[in-house]
Design a protein around this ligand. Structure first.
Ligand code: PEP
Ligand code: MN
Length: 332
């Protein structure tokens, strides 16, 4: 339940009464709200004097619900906006990991040449094995910072754990919370305290309810700039790395007011399937596509099988423009 509060109320008294119901006081788009869990269908008696208006949202997601805010939220990324009433779909591309200055610079140049404005690459990699490449850490963030300076690209890079979340917040334009970090509330709360856009990737074993609730942590903490990224879930199928859940995208578009990004690379796990999937994703009418690309994928230090090489990427982009124009989508 979301309660719009009356003006000039006694805040101390409100908080006293609200604490019995674990109410959270939130500022959203200039409005003062009290948010209660979805189990409340009616305003608890002691809170009635504070209420201007209330909305019963659906299940246990509130600020991200279309019942609260019917229009999709708008997020500014550098020179363009996503979501809201725009027909924009952002192209986000780059290698899985920053490996060397030459490698990331080659990717940055590729992006610029194809009018891709957001460069992705991980510096803190959440690997399944401790013996695999773990990323260049702070050095990698600094390399990404140099790409931003030199090429005017926006940088998205991921947080592995709460120990370096503030470094990532400082060096990125969009903070990526990876699939394995989706439940880390230290990270989510730190992102809530930042004002930068946050992209939360869906845990591969997470329900949509859990996925959206991760975004609620960021919204409830006062950061309205959240995006959700479907990147494949684990099913019984093992021939592909994960299973891209396009039904989830349809559900999110219907019920949720947060922009949605799709990542076909991690879902598929193999480069051969990524271009077709990327076009299918674009046809879903999403707010962005994130695609892994590497100058020499077979030598990549992480995710070697799924990254497109430059030739494949250069072939993919015009096909996305063709499809976008047929669908009245503007690639940004
Ligand atoms: C990535 O984007 O490189 C990554 C590790 O993704 P995910 O968190 O979805 O596995
Ligand atoms: Mn990757």
């Amino acid at each position: 339940m979301i309660i719009h509060l009356k003006k000039n109320i006694d805040k101390t008294k409100l908080l006293e009464e609200a604490s019995a119901h674990f109410g959270t006081l939130v500022q959203d788009e200039g409005k003062e709200l009290l948010v209660l869990s979805g189990k409340y269908l009616n305003v608890p008696e002691p809170l009635i004097p504070f209420v201007e208006q209330f909305i019963n949202t659906e299940g246990d997601f509130q600020l991200s619900s279309r019942r609260y805010k019917a229009e999709k939220r708008t997020i500014r990324l550098g020179s363009f906006e996503l979501g809201g009433a725009t027909n924009h779909c952002a192209l986000i591309a780059g290698p899985c990991s920053v490996e060397t200055e030459e490698q990331i610079e080659a990717c940055a140049e590729l992006c610029v040449s194809l009018n891709v404005k957001v460069l992705r690459a991980g510096a803190f990699k959440p690997r399944t094995s401790p013996y695999s490449f773990q990323g260049l850490g702070l050095e990698g963030l600094k390399m990404l910072g140099r790409m931003r300076e030199k090429y005017g690209l926006l940088i998205i890079t991921e947080v592995r754990d709460a120990t370096h979340v503030h470094d990532v917040i400082e060096w990125s334009d969009i903070i990526q919370v990876g699939a394995k970090a989706m439940y880390d509330q230290g990270i989510l709360r730190a992102c809530a305290g930042a004002r930068k856009p946050v992209l939360i990737k869906r845990g591969f074993g997470s329900t949509l309810q859990e996925f959206v609730q991760a975004a609620e942590f960021v919204l409830a903490g006062g950061n309205p700039n959240v995006m959700l990224c479907e990147r494949g879930i684990r099913t019984f199928e093992t021939k592909t790395r994960f299973t891209l859940d396009l039904c989830a995208v349809a559900w999110l578009k219907e019920h949720c007011n947060i922009p949605v990004i799709l990542d076909p690379s991690h879902a598929m796990g193999y480069a051969y399937g990524v271009p077709d999937l990327a076009r299918a994703c674009l046809a879903m009418g999403v707010d962005g596509l994130m695609i892994e690309v590497h100058p020499n994928p077979s030598n990549a230090l992480s995710d070697p099988t799924q990254q497109l090489n430059f030739e494949e990427f250069k072939k993919l982009i015009p096909s996305l423009y063709l499809l976008a124009s047929a669908l009245n989508i503007q690639l940004v």
